[in-house]
Design a protein around this ligand. Structure first.
Ligand SMILES: [Zn+2]
Length: 420
């Protein structure tokens, strides 16, 4: 693949172990702010904070990197302030690797209620204007970019591929994403084809602008750009996206890695990921955007995704929904008022080492702020550790046994489909 200027040595990926008979693998991503051992779950700090949790706690619970959101930081505090602070990591006192997503998913889902993983039913209608009932669509796409209304104050804004690159260079994360159009599974086939071509043209424009900014801002640490693959549930489109974006090159600048994006049909999640990873070069990392359910993480790892992010562990924690080895439970259930034992006896997190489920259940009932903090530390540790354990099991050679044991316990008695 083409070299990205002189900076290739500042960002790299090397594959280590392979999961026999599948696309899964372990590896190491090297960034200017340190390494990420993959596969890895990346905690999400949407607005440069994992809600309720200090960056120091994220380090303690094993988080290897933090992913923030370009759309939110663009609106508040604005990329110029983050740039003046020395970039996202300096601004939030996180010295490890950082990611920002492009803002494409956020601006396009404004008011529409997109979901990342959708259980499709066969009766689903197809339409190019999928809007949740009683919701106003706040974003409009054209071939040059997206015009959208701020969810904060209703002001109008516009993102183009160039603006997304400029914003993400000012935010200064180690790994940034190309601006893409995120479609839903309900769009027509014709729309998906047109959208994929639009995303390809935008990817090319992102590479050009990224190359220009990398040269202009050579005083800043190197930022790696990942192209984002769309194509919805269509095999030919997903494979085409992977081939097209792997081959894009703008004056020697090519993508450093790839985001596996778009809405994904849960019933075919592994198949769809596999279509993409089969086509992608093995020497570049792949990030599965917005996926964090345990069964989906196993499927992602098994099919060659290297890193993952999702707001679900922290968002659920704030509603008192916590993970245990025996499934997700809710601390608002009265039976936890007298559980004078940790949330999960097998968990090694700070919360489970120091506090009982009964105490945390009390804090939630009393609406004490620290309830969300303790539950978030637990949930983030649970998911970070789960993916760490997948990595270790690939290295040991017993991934499938680990998967069977984990899913067998986690989803026992649950109507949720287990990974196959
Ligand atoms: Zn715990």
């Amino acid at each position: 693949m083409a070299d990205n200027n002189q900076a290739t040595n500042l960002f790299s990926f090397r594959e280590e172990a392979r999961l026999a008979g599948s696309l899964g693998r372990t590896g190491v991503i090297s960034t200017p702010h340190g390494e990420i051992q993959t596969p890895a779950f990346i905690p999400v700090g949407t607005k440069a904070t994992i809600k309720g949790v200090l960056p120091e706690s994220i380090k303690d619970l094993g988080g290897q990197a933090v992913l923030a959101n370009a759309y939110h930081l663009y609106l508040q505090p604005g990329p110029a302030i983050v740039d003046e602070a020395g970039g996202l990591g300096s601004f939030m006192n996180w010295d490890g690797p950082t990611f920002t997503d492009s803002g494409g998913f956020q601006v396009l889902s404004l008011g529409v209620g997109f979901k990342k993983v959708i259980a499709m039913d066969t009766e689903t209608f197809r339409s190019d204007e999928v809007i949740a009932e009683k919701k106003e669509r706040l974003a409009h796409v054209d071939d040059d970019g997206v015009t959208f209304k701020s969810h904060l104050d209703g002001s109008m804004h516009r993102f183009t591929p160039e603006i997304s690159m400029q914003v993400q260079h000012q935010l200064g994360a180690d790994i940034i994403f190309a601006f893409d159009e995120c479609t839903t599974l309900h769009n027509t086939r014709g729309y998906q084809e047109r959208s994929l071509e639009r995303t390809r043209l935008w990817a090319q424009r992102c590479l050009v602008e990224h190359g220009r900014l990398t040269t202009e801002r050579s005083h800043r640490p190197y930022q790696a750009l990942f192209g984002v693959l769309q194509g919805a549930q269509y095999e030919d489109l997903r494979r085409k996206a992977a081939k097209d974006l792997s081959n894009l090159n703008a004056e020697g600048v090519s993508f450093d890695g790839f985001g596996l994006g778009g809405a994904l049909d849960k019933e075919k999640l592994g198949t769809i990921i596999g279509w993409m990873t089969e086509e992608l070069p093995r020497d570049k990392p792949r990030h599965l955007l917005g996926i964090g359910e345990p069964d989906d993480l196993f499927i992602g790892v098994e099919n060659g995704a290297d890193t993952f992010d999702c707001v679900a562990p922290s968002r659920q924690a704030r509603t008192s929904a916590v993970f245990t080895r025996n499934g997700r439970v809710n601390l608002s259930n009265s039976k936890y008022q007298r559980q004078f034992a940790p949330i999960d006896a097998e968990c090694d997190c700070y919360t489970c080492s120091h506090y009982t489920a009964a105490y945390i259940a009390h804090l939630f009932r009393s609406k004490e702020m620290v309830a969300g903090t303790l539950a978030t530390i637990h949930n983030e540790r649970f998911i970070v550790r789960l993916v760490d354990q997948m990595r270790e099991s690939i290295t040991r050679g017993d991934f499938l046994e680990f998967k069977r044991d984990f899913l067998g316990r986690f989803y026992v008695g649950s109507p949720k489909r287990q990974a196959t």
